[in-house]
Design a protein around this ligand. Structure first.
Ligand code: IPM
Ligand code: MG
Length: 362
């Protein structure tokens, strides 16, 4: 199969972790006899520095003509500490999501036996937790207008807007995923207070009967935040709006032991984007210490979701598991032995993949 990728390393540790994920992707493509072509493009603070825009037109054009986008991270402290900056790296990510029509962000949360000791939760609570957060990604308060400040600068406002169409398509997607899993959907909202949440709940109640073999559970977001740490095993597919999903997925990610382990897939109308859920970790940039595994696991999701190549994705996951079992990992998740650098972990994964028998069947 022909795989054409857009590679967007972004800022901070982005280039280092994307390099590892791309090398792993190349090794897996070679192993299975696929032809890989790829081109790099700018996004985030580095794109602002070079072009003035955080998501330049050339980057969008490349994404549109590619089969999948492998994305690193964006963000730079020089913008974080300057609330009045007119152009911000995050705007690039939001524009990319909107322009590519990526209305669903899929964040699978599963635990790794060898990382249970790193979880802030008791091992018995978290062992075996395996759920999928589906976050609406192109609506809600992130995109609602008006947004801004009063003339005197002392009042600020955001607008949360959802349409029936936006809510329906993400809920149907959640039911589709639940049908392939343990057949339970938890709809998370704040319907006791917020009008958009009441629309979500009303539409969910209309849609649920269309999926009689799937259990539907409704939960307020504050309660969901509690349940994620109290009883993570009770979730199968959790679906929610943009801002709630942003917050809950950071929370959900650490129960697995490290934010550095969680991949994500953003899917929708045009080319899908695969990226780790963590940020650009500027303090670690250039030090060769960042954990590349969330990005490597994002490449596994890319094989599965963008190309429907399940075995390829499974081989990547197997390699990651083996590196965890061998404790050949970066400092954030190292059990006790000596920590390894980003590039050493990458080389270990490549060796593992290359040592597997050839699978050139397609
Ligand atoms: C994420 C990030 C982004 C978001 C930021 C960088 C704009 O936190 O992908 O979760 O809030 O969506
Ligand atoms: Mg976030």
């Amino acid at each position: 199969m022909q795989l054409n990728l857009a590679i967007l390393p972004g800022d901070g540790i982005g280039p280092e972790i994307v390099k590892v994920a791309l090398d792993v992707t190349k090794a897996v493509a070679a192993k299975f006899g696929h032809t890989l072509t790829y081109e790099y493009a700018l996004v985030g603070a580095c794109a602002i520095d070079k072009t003035g825009s955080p998501y330049p037109d050339e980057t969008h054009a490349l994404c549109m003509k590619s089969d999948a986008v492998l994305f690193g991270a964006i963000g730079d402290p020089k913008y974080d500490n300057n609330p009045s900056a007119k152009v911000r790296p995050e705007q690039g990510l939001l524009k990319m999501r909107k322009d590519l029509g990526l209305f669903a962000n899929i964040r699978p949360v599963s635990t790794f036996a060898s990382l249970l000791h790193k979880s802030p939760l008791r091992a018995d609570l978290v062992d075996g937790a395996d759920f999928m957060c589906i976050r609406e990604l192109t609506g809600g308060m992130y995109f609602g207008r008006p947004q801004g400040r009063s003339e005197d600068g002392n009042t600020a406002y955001d607008t949360c807007i959802y349409t029936r169409e936006e809510v329906e398509r993400i809920l149907h997607l959640a039911y589709k995923f639940a049908g392939q899993r343990r057949k339970k959907v938890t709809v998370v909202d704040k319907a006791n207070v917020i009008a958009t949440s009441r629309l979500w709940r009303q539409i969910a109640q209309e849609i649920a009967p269309q999926y009689p073999d799937i259990e539907t559970e409704y939960m307020f977001v504050d309660n969901a935040a509690m349940r994620i740490i109290q009883w993570p095993k009770s979730f199968d597919v959790l679906v929610t709006e943009n801002l709630f999903g942003d917050i809950l997925t950071d929370e959900a990610s650490v129960i697995t032991g490290s934010l550095g382990m969680l991949p994500s897939a953003s899917i929708g109308i045009h080319t899908s984007v695969f990226e780790p859920i963590h940020g650009s970790y500027p303090q670690a940039a250039g030090k060769n210490i960042a954990n590349p595994l969330a990005t490597v696991l994002s490449a596994a999701l890319m094989f599965e979701y963008a190309f429907n190549l399940k075995e390829e994705g499974a081989l990547i996951r197997e390699a990651v598991n083996a590196s965890l079992e061998a404790d050949f990992v970066t400092e954030d998740i190292c059990a006790g032995g000596s920590a390894h650098s980003t590039t050493e972990v990458g080389e270990w994964l490549l060796r593992y993949i290359q040592e597997q028998p050839d699978c050139k069947t397609k």
